[in-house]
Design a protein around this ligand. Structure first.
Ligand code: ADP
Length: 447
């Protein structure tokens, strides 16, 4: 087992990883930017190293500084968390070269799955259903339009290296194709430094259902059930739950097997997520593999009782999976509400600032992951997510009552958040009945 792990991240996920390490008797090193010298992760780790200025490019994305901090503190592994360098194959490869264990898949796997267009082809070969779409990358609007004509509208234009809902456009008619393609491509070049695009049939009113995967270094792969992440605003998740209201046992089994096959097709290692779209006829289509721990991993932890961060660390240290598929039992229901420092009345613009006062509830079946505290100033440089409010109960009906009750107790003063907006979703009749899809927010709230 590792002696010391450096956490190349910040915020609640860094805190989550530090806690798991402490429970496992592993020493921790935090890295922090100048803006994060008072951050919780900086204070909680056994050691903390300042790696540069506030801008992420000068700190949390600065590979050389993070590697230097790892070598200087004699840490033997790096946990990248999510975002920042977590899906950067060059960083994983540099870790490999420096003899530092990267807690995640190999650089080669990250590269193969990070190109979503290439991953689609691998899945087709492995017999995993994908949304009908292009096999080759597309670089210009004219070629794209010809293809869109052949599969029929509506279509989805996507960046091959895209993520976080960026570089993505829905096109409903031929006249709108060219401008949408050019805008999406521009976003892709700015965001991911790459202009390869691909086109998929747009699946109408789908649910986003993803499967959590664990894979060790010896070819063992299991899944830990699904998370329904259909509550999204502009293709970004806001609420996640498990189990999905949409799945019967047969579909769950088929999707779970497809997810395991998808992971095996790329010789996957460590924790990962296989994302699918599910249409209203229970057809499911692979959309991508995320090669990192997800924001919403806690939902799976609540229904399986398996600590995903500890499993990631054990796998990276070369241990065999401690669970076989039949050991994974999904019990009850769990949900996660993402609380962001943002203003829903101003188009969800980020609202950094100082937290004047706060109340974090607790109680039976409640889990709150956060790195903010009273007096803490949320810096403007990073993601606006400041808290994940999670709950667990025996079934969805009790769960919704519980999460509504707990959310009603949360107090965060001094910064504007999406708390009230989330509360409105939890009181929406369609949501309560489980009738959700990725159009839910736009249909119900006109956003
Ligand atoms: P990203 O990596 O940027 O998050 P994904 O490929 O995972 O992008 O897609 C994000 C979301 O976009 C999905 O959850 C879904 O809501 C929507 N989406 C993606 N592809 C399609 C499609 N072909 N049809 C309909 N919706 C889609």
């Amino acid at each position: 087992m590792f002696n010391k792990i450096l956490i190349a991240n910040r915020g609640e996920i860094a805190v989550r990883i530090i806690r798991a390490c402490r429970e496992m008797g592993i020493k921790t090193v935090a890295v922090y930017s100048e803006a994060d010298k008072d951050a919780l992760h900086t204070q909680l780790a056994d050691e903390a190293v300042c790696i540069g200025k506030a801008q992420a490019s000068d700190s949390y994305l600065n590979m050389e500084r993070i590697l230097c901090a790892t070598i200087a503190t004699k840490a033997d592994a790096i946990h990248p968390g999510f975002g920042f360098l977590s899906e950067n194959s060059r960083f994983a490869s540099l870790c490999e070269k420096c003899n530092i264990a990267f807690i995640g898949p190999t650089a080669d796997i990250i590269e193969k799955t990070g190109d979503k267009s290439q991953a689609r082809n691998t899945m087709i070969e492995a017999g995993v259903p994908v949304v009908p779409g292009t096999k080759e990358p597309i670089f210009d609007a004219k070629t794209g339009e010809q293809y869109a004509d052949s599969i029929g509208y509506p279509v989805m234009i996507k960046a091959a290296l895209g993520g976080g809902g960026k570089g993505m456009r829905v096109v409903r008619a031929k006249e709108e194709f060219e401008s949408n393609f050019n805008n999406a491509q521009r976003e892709a070049v700015n965001g991911f430094g790459d202009n390869s695009m691909y086109i998929e049939k747009y699946v109408e009113h789908p649910k986003h259902v993803e499967f959590q995967i664990l894979a060790d270094h010896y070819g063992n792969v299991i899944h830990l059930g699904e998370r329904d992440c259909s509550i999204q605003r502009r293709h970004q998740k806001m609420i996640e739950e498990s189990p999905s209201t949409a799945l019967d046992e047969a579909t769950r089994k088929a999707m779970g097997e497809a997810a395991v096959n998808a992971a095996k097709a790329v010789k996957y290692r460590n924790a990962g997520t296989v994302e699918f779209l599910l249409d209203n006829k229970n057809n499911f289509y692979f959309i991508e593999i995320n090669t990192r721990i997800q924001v919403e991993h806690g939902v799976t932890e609540l229904v399986t009782g398996i600590d995903l961060i500890k499993e990631q660390i054990k796998i990276a240290a070369g241990e065999k999976l401690s669970y076989a598929q039949e050991d994974v039992v999904l019990r009850g229901a769990a949900i996660e509400i993402r609380i962001n420092a943002e203003d829903p009345s101003k188009n969800f613009a980020p609202c950094p600032g100082t937290i004047k006062d706060m109340h974090i509830p607790g109680g039976n079946g409640i889990r709150i992951d956060t790195a903010v505290y009273t007096g803490y100033t949320i810096p403007p440089y990073y993601d606006s997510m400041i808290m994940k409010v999670m709950a667990y109960d025996k079934d969805r009906e009790s769960l919704i009552k519980k999460i509504r009750s707990v959310l009603g107790e949360v107090i965060i003063e001094g910064v504007t958040t999406n708390l009230d907006f989330q509360y409105d979703i939890l009181n929406n009749e369609r949501f309560i009945s489980g009738d959700v899809n990725t159009d839910f927010i736009s249909n119900e709230f006109g956003l």
